[in-house]
Design a protein around this ligand. Structure first.
Ligand SMILES: NC(=O)c1ccc[n+]([C@@H]2O[C@H](COP(=O)([O-])OP(=O)(O)OC[C@H]3O[C@@H](n4cnc5c(N)ncnc54)[C@H](OP(=O)(O)O)[C@@H]3O)[C@@H](O)[C@H]2O)c1
Length: 305
């Protein structure tokens, strides 16, 4: 009998037993948490990166419609930002726009430092290998150097871009918001759970998910709530760049509503949709599923070729 089969079976059996033993403690803990939870006041000043389209744009519009007074919107495309600004102003919000690349550490620090008020910072800007290929009008990556360039760009935006947003926000909150609760939202992806299928994109999202988990623990006592968002398919320009199947895709407006509800309830991991999340959580808890089924038998995933 192969050793890894014995090992996987032992892992599975023991995790079932441990799950059953620990489940009652988890239920009591969740009940206690929900009974003692104090909701944050709706945020008055929200900063959103990647607000020029997709999920970021929908978040801005929904916050404006819900009565948020000040919106600070960041992106690289000025025209698109101006369009979102106009819509949000019509809904009654004061809107400041900044044309900024999240990979520019000094500029991000300057913008965040200069705000008179901030309650919530949303690190949403992100790209996938497919959006980069589409934007650079490439259909084929036949040269390993080009692939390396593309991967480094995804890492720069999805990973360094998040650090460049989150660390100035933490410094800001520690200095200015000592007596009130502040919040940081990091937009990751459910792809974080399957980096072996989503390559560099999933790897960067895996990093930011773990980063959010650790920050939440680290800053809980300092009155800073940190929440991680794990969407599956959302109908945006990013989803459009991927030509494969997109199961249970929802609109960006619906995604924004789910995220805003999750943030006001301080849900640590805001995952959606239920059906796709459930499927992914089940499969990623079967130790040999990815190893055996996906790597050996299912070869449907076409990455950049
Ligand atoms: N759509 C999905 O199915 C899905 C699923 C899971 C997770 N997500 C995550 O959701 C977030 C938003 O994506 P989306 O679906 O809304 O895609 P999108 O419509 O393409 O929006 C991406 C936003 O990020 C901004 N952005 C990209 N690179 C940037 C940079 N270097 N500096 C500053 N801003 C930059 C873009 O603005 P400019 O072009 O103006 O710079 C745009 O506003 C991303 O983090 C993505 O990974 C999306």
């Amino acid at each position: 009998m192969p050793l890894d089969f014995v090992y996987d079976s032992a892992v599975l059996l023991l995790s079932i037993i441990l799950n059953l033993i620990l489940l009652p403690f988890y239920i009591v803990h969740q009940l206690y948490d929900s009974l003692t939870f104090k909701p944050t006041a709706p945020p008055k000043s929200v900063l959103i990166t990647g607000a020029s389209s997709g999920i970021g744009e929908s978040l801005a519009k929904t916050y404006a419609a819900n009565g948020t007074k000040n919106l600070i919107l960041l992106g690289r495309n000025e025209e698109k930002l101006k369009r979102v600004k106009e819509i949000c102003q019509k809904k009654g919000a004061n809107v400041a726009i900044y044309v900024a690349d999240v990979t520019d550490r000094e500029k991000m620090d300057e913008i965040i430092k200069s705000q008179p008020n901030l309650d919530l910072v949303i690190a949403n800007a992100g790209v996938s290998q497919y959006t980069i290929m589409r934007d650079q009008k490439k259909t084929k990556l036949d040269d390993s150097l080009v692939k390396e360039d593309m991967e480094r760009e995804v890492i720069n935006i999805n990973l360094h871009g998040v650090l460049n947003t989150v660390y100035p926000a933490i410094r800001y909150f520690l200095q200015h918001n000592k007596n009130k609760t502040s919040q940081i939202c990091i937009v990751s992806s459910k792809a974080a759970q399957i980096p072996m299928l989503t390559n560099v994109y999933g790897c960067t999202k895996g990093y930011v998910t773990n980063f959010a988990f650790n920050l939440r623990r680290e800053y809980a006592s300092k009155n800073i709530r940190v929440n991680n968002v794990l969407p599956c398919w959302v109908e945006t320009s990013m989803a459009d760049a991927y030509k494969g199947d997109k199961f249970f895709m929802i609109s960006s407006d619906k995604a924004a509503k789910i995220i805003i509800d999750g943030l006001s309830n301080d849900t640590p991991n805001i995952s959606f949709t239920f059906a796709t999340s459930f499927m992914m959580d089940i499969t990623s808890n079967i130790p040999w599923f990815y190893q055996l089924v996906l790597q050996k038998y299912i070869r449907v995933v076409k990455d950049v070729e």
